[in-house]
Design a protein around this ligand. Structure first.
Ligand code: TEU
Ligand code: CA
Length: 542
């Protein structure tokens, strides 16, 4: 096992690409690998170290590639294996590593393994999936799938139900079967040999399931499986590995990101992501965010993993709404609040992830229902309509939390379709692209893009960004999110006015004798007044 102390990914910044929506190179309206290659200069200019690609494997696209029918092939819609190899090689020239998305909890029902598995109970692949005997219409139990409906689906040929935590077209793999695990490890090794720099592991905390006991998350054998996988494949190379774990808490996160290197580099945890929904309900059941609870959650993670694990830092991904629309103000203070949220996140300890378009301050959308594409949105819409929810309420939930908010095409310039595609995009472009696009922002020193670029550069220049201990300031204050970071040589303060009113920071410090390292306003160094959404980083060498 390799000690994780001075790993490259601790000072790295990762950029997530959702290939379908990033750049289309051939006018079919769908982003592709060649499109990504065309934009490597842009990514190098931003200063990121690695790109996490959402799945580009062969897939029927029931869940936009999170339903894989061949792990060792590229979906023709994205290009060819040659394009993929070309991307890995070209990215390297820009000092960018490629991180693949591994979906190991389930495959597509069109995967060869499942096609075999459903032929008969004697088929060698049958036990690759999770089956229960039954009679048609009498379900093994009442467990529900994440995208609606029962988690059980009947297959008449074998007179059994298979288990699926997501859509019907995403049957769960049976990790209890060691053959499944070996096949997966071989496949991962094959990708490592192609020069992949790391992996993001989709819903990894859901692989060790026991449906008879209704266990889907954090199953008893979870960490055993992860350690086996880590030892067999990941530890052989200097990779970054990040597990997606909705069920992570600070205790199990210390296992996942154990400094001895026995599991992953880090996990995505979602505690802060659930704070603006009604307790015990679904994400669609909206509630206002309490700043105090956000401060509490994030600072607890900062403290808990310091020295005994490693955090990932993110606001956005392809499943989440745009942060500037969510916890900022995407109207009169769009630029200020997008920058404030960036400063707040990038000043913390951990590896920051930027989701495509976040660095431009891209916003949520409000489309008629016919323009949405996401299976989760469409299933929820039908389900809630049947339950009698008013249409306007359902639409408000979609505007606030729908995954397609993150999946509208990347806004490159003012040309047709925001420069994303010469053809008709698979999902509508956000109509605000004339105002919000990369081309405008690259030419504007005060843009959101330039803020992200500066934050990435600061992280590389000042070690305190990476190793400084975290201390929350004015924990009970309901306006400011402020904290200090400190190592033996340096100290910095990150002070953010979280709202759109002018405010005075309540704690006294010797601000005049500190360097104002960065701010989203042009401020006097000792001004105790903070403008709407103003954020500052003060710095002292000890
Ligand atoms: O997401 C995991 C997951 O649990 C999501 O379904 C999540 O609950 C939802 O998106 C919140 O709105 C991962 C992928 O990131 C997602 O895109 C996939 O759809 C899902 O796994 C299935 O592979
Ligand atoms: Ca294309």
């Amino acid at each position: 096992m390799a000690e994780q102390k001075n790993k490259w990914w601790k000072s790295a910044v990762i950029y997530q690409i959702y290939p379908k929506s990033f750049q289309d190179s051939n006018g079919d309206g769908i982003g592709d690998l060649r499109g990504i290659i065309q934009r490597l200069d842009y990514l190098e200019n931003l200063g990121i170290d690695a790109v996490w690609l959402s799945p580009v494997y062969r897939s029927p696209q029931d869940d936009n590639g999170y339903d894989i029918s061949d792990y060792q092939d590229i979906d023709p819609m994205f290009g060819t294996m040659q394009d993929m190899e070309h991307l890995i090689c070209e990215a390297k020239k820009h000092n960018i590593r490629i991180i693949m998305d591994l979906v190991l909890n389930h495959t597509s029902d069109e995967h060869r393994w499942f096609q075999e598995a459903k032929k008969s109970c004697e088929n060698p692949y049958h036990d690759y999936y999770v089956w229960r005997d039954g009679e048609e219409g009498i379900l093994p139990n009442d467990m529900k799938a994440c995208f609606g409906g029962s988690a059980w689906e009947w297959v008449p040929e074998v007179k059994q139900y298979y288990f699926h935590q997501f859509s019907i077209k995403q049957p769960d793999l049976n990790w209890e079967n060691s053959k499944v695990r070996q096949e997966i490890y071989e496949m991962i090794n094959w990708w490592i040999d192609k020069g992949i720099g790391g992996f993001r592991l989709d819903v990894i905390d859901q692989i060790a399931k026991e449906p008879d006991h209704r266990i889907t998350c954090n199953g008893p054998r979870l960490h055993e499986f992860i350690r086996e996988m880590s030892k067999t494949v990941f530890q052989k190379e200097d990779l970054i590995t990040v597990g997606e774990a909705w069920g992570a808490n600070t205790e199990n996160a210390k296992l996942y990101s154990n400094p001895d290197g026995s599991e992953f580099s880090m996990v995505f945890q979602f505690e802060h992501i659930g704070l603006d929904q009604q307790v015990g309900k679904e994400k669609w059941d909206l509630a206002p965010l309490s700043l105090l609870s956000l401060k509490k959650a994030l600072s607890r993670w900062q403290k808990a993993l310091d020295g005994c694990g490693w955090n990932s830092l993110f606001w956005d991904n392809h499943d989440l709404p745009r942060i500037v629309s969510r916890w900022g103000n995407d109207k009169e203070y769009r630029i200020e609040s997008a920058k404030m949220l960036a400063i707040l996140l990038h000043g913390m300890q951990g590896t920051p992830y930027i989701y495509q378009g976040e660095e431009l301050g891209m916003t949520n959308v409000r489309y008629p229902i016919s323009e949405y594409r996401d299976i989760e949105i469409l299933n929820m819409y039908q389900e809630r309509k049947a339950l009698g929810y008013p249409k306007s309420e359902i639409m408000e939930s979609i505007y606030a939390k729908g995954r397609d908010n993150a999946r509208t095409p990347m806004q490159w310039d003012q040309s047709a379709n925001a420069g994303f595609s010469m053809g008709r995009p698979w999902i509508q472009v956000n109509p605000n692209y004339m105002e919000i696009n990369a081309n405008e922002e690259l030419n504007d020193p005060e843009s959101v893009f330039m803020c992200y670029k500066t934050l990435i550069a600061l992280r590389k220049k000042y070690p305190v960004f990476v190793d400084g201990h975290f201390e929350l300031l004015c924990s009970e204050d309901e306006t400011f999110f402020a904290y200090a970071r400190e190592n033996e040589q340096e100290k910095m303060y990150v002070i953010c006015n979280f709202y759109g009113n002018k405010a005075v920071f309540p704690e006294e410090r010797d601000w005049e004798h500190m360097e104002l390292l960065y701010s989203n306003y042009k401020t006097e160094i000792d001004s105790s007044y903070y403008q709407p959404y103003e954020a500052r980083i003060y710095y002292v060498k000890k």
